[in-house]
Design a protein around this ligand. Structure first.
Ligand code: ZN
Length: 160
């Protein structure tokens, strides 16, 4: 069976950045299970996998526009230190959940000043070109329940 919209797919993958550093990998764990065509994966990866079948292996380079997006300067904000009342030792790299104009999102501290803290609400992989090596392990039709949930159940998928 070929990968098409609403098929349940299992893949092994390794994700590297432009510098060749491994950012994420399924190696050593169970394969990732996802539902094709439902936004489970970044758009560029779903596009590259469309039509592939079990046993296929692909290497694909995905530009930021089809991955985690281009960073948005309006999501980088200076906030007064007083907004972090009760939190000691704020350091670069710490992540917080915050309310923003775009709804709740995770922000990362990028600069710690005397009076202000700079936080960035962009995805940590924004602006990055991603290099995926993917092996397709299994492709099957999704169940009605999986389709109604928009994700795959069982190994590598959701357990609930
Ligand atoms: Zn579910």
């Amino acid at each position: 069976m070929q990968i098409a919209k609403n098929t349940a797919v299992q893949i092994n993958y390794t994700l590297k950045n432009d510098a060749g550093e491994v950012l994420d990998s399924s190696e050593g764990g169970e394969p990732l299970a996802y539902l094709q065509g439902n936004g489970n994966l970044i758009p560029g990866l779903e596009k590259a996998l469309e039509g592939k079948q079990a046993g296929d292996a692909i290497n694909v380079t995905i530009p930021p526009e089809e991955a985690y997006g281009v960073s948005d300067a309006t999501l980088i904000q200076d906030v007064p230190r007083s907004a972090f009342e009760g939190i000691k030792d704020i350091e670069v790299g710490m992540q917080f959940h915050a309310e923003s104009n775009h709804g709740p999102r995770t922000v990362t501290v990028t600069k710690v000043g005397t009076d202000t803290i700079t936080v960035d609400g962009n995805h940590p992989l924004a602006d990055q070109t991603l290099h995926f090596a993917v092996q397709v392990i299994d492709v099957r039709a999704a169940s009605k329940e999986e389709l109604s949930h928009g994700h795959v159940h069982g190994p590598g998928g959701h357990h609930h």
